[in-house]
Design a protein around this ligand. Structure first.
Ligand SMILES: *Cc1c(COP(=O)(O)O)cnc(C)c1O
Ligand code: SF4
Length: 332
């Protein structure tokens, strides 16, 4: 008899990998052969924002290197518990931009749906690290959909979060179907770090959903350092490149990618996989992330050096977000 004739429904591979992500700082330190003396501070900071990192992402880190640029993005550290003037809980004033539960509308023609509050990885520099997704109605999109349907000036919907690709294909399909029914929407944009941190997420179901959509799909990936891209990520991006326009957005982070050489190799590598650079963001001043700050003057110098070494289309736009402006502020 052929085993498996009684069909047992298995969760997709990526959901198992997501559930198996590392959340205990002690385990992370041990896997990377790091000094256990880092543990008390890691535990204290993890109480503010829990550690979460998929095992496949950890496998791209260097063992024994506490300054590894991938590790630095996810390891909770003591500096997060310090308070720094100007760094607050809601750095962008996003509460005011909530026009319906789970829906932010700040800029002309495009609105952003907080499709979920969950992420596949917890980035220590995240500008929404203290965002109250439940209070903001993330993941409850009925009223957000009504808002989109009632504003014909909107031509683009942006799925964000959290990370919209933590949703199952079934939930995404429901959402995409509802969006496709809104006639004035012309483009769908998905902001996600999942293809980078959990490339298993780019499964055949997702590719089919994107390919079948009536929208031209723009996917904005979030990779900050070239070492985030391993063979599995490269393969996932190449599959996506056939279905969507791929852009990359990075955050300029002290000790991670605050060098023209690192950013140039990120741009070149991403280009070889079908991804063009979009924004290089200055850090948003969120409480607990001040140790990642790169000053605007230094940021401009880095981007000028990039311009001197790369074709214009491989240079990201240096941007930051300011309250009450009609769009992101370009710094250079
Ligand atoms: C960043 C952002 C956008 C998109 O801005 P683009 O310049 O089009 O990338 C849209 N809505 C909100 C609320 C944003 O924060
Ligand atoms: S993936 Fe994006 S939203 Fe999620 S923690 Fe990282 S920076 Fe924040």
């Amino acid at each position: 008899m052929i085993p498996g004739t009684t069909v047992r429904r298995q969760p997709p591979v990526w959901q198992t990998a997501l559930a198996d992500a590392i959340s205990d700082p002690a385990e992370l330190l041990q896997l990377l052969e790091l000094d256990p003396a880092l543990l008390p501070a890691a535990r204290a900071a993890a109480a503010l924002l829990p550690l979460r990192v998929p095992r496949g992402f950890v496998a791209r880190m260097r063992k024994g290197d506490p300054a590894d640029p991938l590790l630095r993005q996810v390891l909770p550290v003591g500096a997060e518990t310090a308070s720094t003037p100007g760094f607050g809980a809601d750095p962008l004033g996003e509460r005011q931009a909530l026009k319906a539960p789970g829906l932010l509308h700040k800029y002309h023609g495009r609105a952003l749906l907080l499709a979920t509050g969950a992420c596949g990885i917890h980035c220590r520099y995240c500008f929404r690290r203290e965002f109250d997704y439940a209070a903001a109605g993330a993941g409850h999109w009925r009223q957000g959909l009504d808002y989109l349907a009632n504003d014909p000036s909107l031509s683009e919907v942006i799925l964000s979060g959290g990370d919209p690709l933590t949703l199952s294909n079934r939930r995404l399909e429901n959402l995409l179907t509802a969006l496709a029914d809104i006639p004035h929407l012309r483009r769908l944009r998905i902001h996600s770090r999942q293809p980078i941190v959990l490339p298993e997420r780019v499964d055949s179901g997702l590719l089919q959903l994107i390919g079948d959509s009536r929208f031209p799909v723009v996917m904005v990936l979030h990779a900050n350092h070239p070492r985030e891209i391993d063979h599995a990520v490269a393969a996932a991006l190449q599959k996506l490149a056939g279905k969507a326009t791929l852009l990359n957005q990075a955050v300029l982070l002290q000790g991670v990618n605050d060098s023209a050489a690192v950013l140039a190799s990120l741009s070149e590598l991403m280009f070889s996989l079908g991804v063009l650079p979009y924004y290089l963001h200055l850090l948003d001043p969120v409480r607990g992330a001040a140790h990642f700050r790169v000053e605007a003057v230094q940021a401009a110098a880095i981007v000028r050096a990039l311009r001197a070494s790369l074709p214009g289309y491989l240079v990201p736009r240096l941007a930051c977000e300011e309250r009450g402006k009609p769009g992101k502020t370009l710094l250079l």
